[in-house]
Design a protein around this ligand. Structure first.
Ligand SMILES: NC(=O)c1ccc[n+]([C@@H]2O[C@H](COP(=O)([O-])OP(=O)(O)OC[C@H]3O[C@@H](n4cnc5c(N)ncnc54)[C@H](OP(=O)(O)O)[C@@H]3O)[C@@H](O)[C@H]2O)c1
Length: 331
């Protein structure tokens, strides 16, 4: 697969693999052995950038995803890059499908988290360590100070922030240079485009999460698709309700037509659109399926001209589409 550079020198596969859905948020956790084989197949295909977080798991096994990656990727450790995240936990007392998020970025908590993640990931360094959400109680400068120490100690190579705005990024970057932000970005969620000039100015990359609007942009779901209520966040995501599936028909027809013209699939076009926008954007689509992993990885070879990207932008800005999931509430 083609490669990209985030920040000054963090070299990764042009498309990363989002691993959350293997253990968290998209139905029951997938079979561990199958996922270990699947992760090895992803390395074999050319993915080198793997995304996880300390909180991807279930009530019974809250850190399952890091443990899975640790086991599966140990044989490839020095040819791949792992991103993980700290600074939040879920309110498991809530009865909602997607649990509210609580933040904790106190230096002592980060110190504990990094040691636990290193142990579960079976490694002595994390390639990129992200603050998952801002903690209103802990100034970002203090978090950045801890990141500088962890870099100095060799425990992390790079750091980043997730769901962060331009002002907070600037403050963080002034204390310890940031390599990438990981923000929600897709054809349905374009609000961080206003931050692009700042990312360019600071030379900070964008790791785009939920780049296919949680799967909707693949055009493989319809109003009859059923998601398990208790375990699958998609059962409460606005873009998948019957009414909104109707509203999104124009968008899905548009992407399908574009895909046909490019001899590609809707999933590939939705990823190619952001890859061709900026050289410093790296999407991390999530999948647990071999064919879909290869399909998504193939998006790195789908080329759109600047003119085509601009046309798509205009069309997206003017067509009707529903609201898209914006994340679990931070309380
Ligand atoms: N920083 C944050 O706060 C944050 C939040 C959310 C996610 N993330 C990260 O971003 C990654 C990706 O985001 P995401 O998983 O929420 O959304 P996404 O990548 O937009 O969509 C993933 C969903 O689409 C399905 N899918 C993937 N490829 C497909 C294809 N070619 N055709 C049909 N369906 C396809 C997957 O199901 P199958 O498994 O069945 O293919 C999965 O349900 C996560 O894994 C996680 O690592 C970070």
């Amino acid at each position: 697969m083609k490669r990209r550079t985030l920040g000054q020198n963090f070299n990764v596969s042009a498309i990363g693999l989002g691993c959350m859905g293997m253990s968290h948020g998209y139905g029951r956790p997938k079979d561990t052995q199958e996922m270990k084989e699947f992760l090895a197949q992803a390395v074999d295909f050319g993915y080198t950038f793997f995304d996880t977080a300390e909180v991807y798991g279930t009530d019974d096994d809250p850190h399952a995803n890091e443990k899975l990656l640790g086991e599966a990727l140990a044989p490839f450790r020095h040819q791949i890059q792992i991103g993980t995240k700290f600074g939040i936990y879920f309110d498991t007392t809530a009865t909602t499908t997607n649990k509210p998020i609580r933040t904790d970025a106190r230096p002592e908590t980060i110190r504990r988290s990094v040691e636990d993640s290193l142990r579960r990931l079976r490694t002595d360094y994390i390639d990129i360590y992200y603050q998952h959400r801002q903690d209103p109680q802990v100034p970002v400068e203090e978090v950045a100070g801890v990141m500088a120490e962890l870099i100095e100690e060799g425990k992390i190579l790079h750091w980043g922030l997730s769901e962060v705005d331009a002002d907070t990024l600037r403050r963080a970057h002034a204390v310890c240079p940031v390599t990438a932000v990981q923000n929600r970005f897709s054809m349905m969620a374009r609000w961080y485009e206003s931050m692009f000039p700042v990312l360019e100015e600071l030379q900070v990359g964008l790791v785009a999460f939920s780049p296919m609007a949680n799967g909707l942009l693949t055009a493989r779901y319809n109003e009859h698709t059923q998601f398990e209520k208790e375990t699958d966040y998609r059962s409460v995501m606005p873009q998948f309700t019957k009414e909104n599936m109707d509203k999104n028909k124009e968008l899905l027809t548009y992407i399908t037509t574009l895909a046909e013209a490019k001899k590609a699939t809707p999933a590939q076009v939705s990823l190619a659109w952001m890859l061709c926008k900026k050289t410093w954007i790296v999407p991390i689509p999530g999948t647990t399926n071999l064919e879909r992993m290869k399909e998504n990885g193939g998006a790195a070879d789908v080329l759109l001209t600047a003119e085509e990207v601009a046309h798509i932008d205009t069309a997206l800005a003017t067509m009707t589409m529903s609201e898209v999931f914006g994340g679990s509430p931070v309380k």
